[in-house]
Design a protein around this ligand. Structure first.
Ligand code: URA
Length: 250
């Protein structure tokens, strides 16, 4: 009998399912299957490319039921040239950086400009996304900023005090630290206004030439990732991120 698109969407390779569930890497999962430690509906799994329906099939590994994962959290090293959207008529999106089977239901938590690189969280957890983006929560975001000209002491001081970027309100005081070169700096902001870092640098008389996000709340871009690469968040990263996102600012 032919399958409906909905049914096909629920299908997943066994090794992918086990990997997503945190059972192990693809090679570790392969070993577990080979050793006969994984069953699908009480039958020993033969290989990782068996297709399962995660909403119906009962998968057991080493005697433990592996549950359907409701929420997924992916850390992406966003490359330049892709837009922070789930679909776009013109440009590649951040979801295009993911393998097809990893994309389902995910959306980016907030936006980075097309030319901005660095940490982007992708999830299907609307509540966490809301908490991280809520203007009332003031979640810190740290950027590595490269500028057209050297960053002066006066510019740093203005950034620290808050600057007028043409909105109703000045920006909140930012944390500005010297970068590795004189035209670079680390900037931590607690808001997420449109093109905020670029507008802040313009307001102090400089211009951003490169922008890379290094962290969001407690979540730090994994130095082992290259642009365009991604991995699931670890349990510890997720726990810390959730705890931080619930805190109200002091
Ligand atoms: N600020 C910007 O100007 N651009 C970004 O992508 C993120 C913060």
């Amino acid at each position: 009998m032919l399958k409906t698109i909905k049914e096909m969407e629920k299908e997943l390779r066994l090794d992918k399912f086990l990997g997503n569930a945190g059972v192990g890497s693809r090679s570790q999962v392969k070993v577990l299957i080979k050793k006969g430690l994984v069953t699908i509906n009480d039958c020993k799994a033969r290989s990782g490319d068996e297709v399962i329906d995660e909403t119906k099939d009962v998968i057991v590994c080493r005697g433990k039921r592996i549950e359907l994962i409701k929420y997924r959290y992916i850390m992406l090293y966003k490359p330049a040239g892709v837009v922070s959207a789930t679909e776009d008529n013109l440009d590649k999106t951040v979801l295009d950086c993911l393998a097809k089977e990893d994309r389902k239901d995910l959306f980016p938590v907030g936006r980075l400009d097309k030319d901005t690189t660095g940490l982007l969280l992708l999830t299907n957890d609307g509540e966490l996304s809301h908490n991280l983006l809520s203007p009332r929560k003031h979640v810190d975001k740290t950027y590595y900023v490269t500028c057209e000209t050297n960053v002066t002491h006066t510019q740093m001081e203005h950034l620290r005090q808050g600057v007028d970027i043409g909105d109703d309100k000045m920006t909140l005081p930012a944390l500005a630290r010297e970068g590795k070169k004189e035209n670079e700096l680390y900037l931590t902001i607690r808001e997420g206004r449109f093109h905020q870092v670029k507008r802040m640098m313009q307001a102090v008389g400089n211009k951003v030439t490169e922008l890379k996000r290094l962290s969001m709340g407690s979540l730090v871009l994994d130095p082992n990732l290259n642009p365009g690469e991604y991995r699931p968040l670890t349990e510890a990263e997720l726990k810390d991120l959730k705890a931080g996102s619930l805190k109200m600012p002091v």
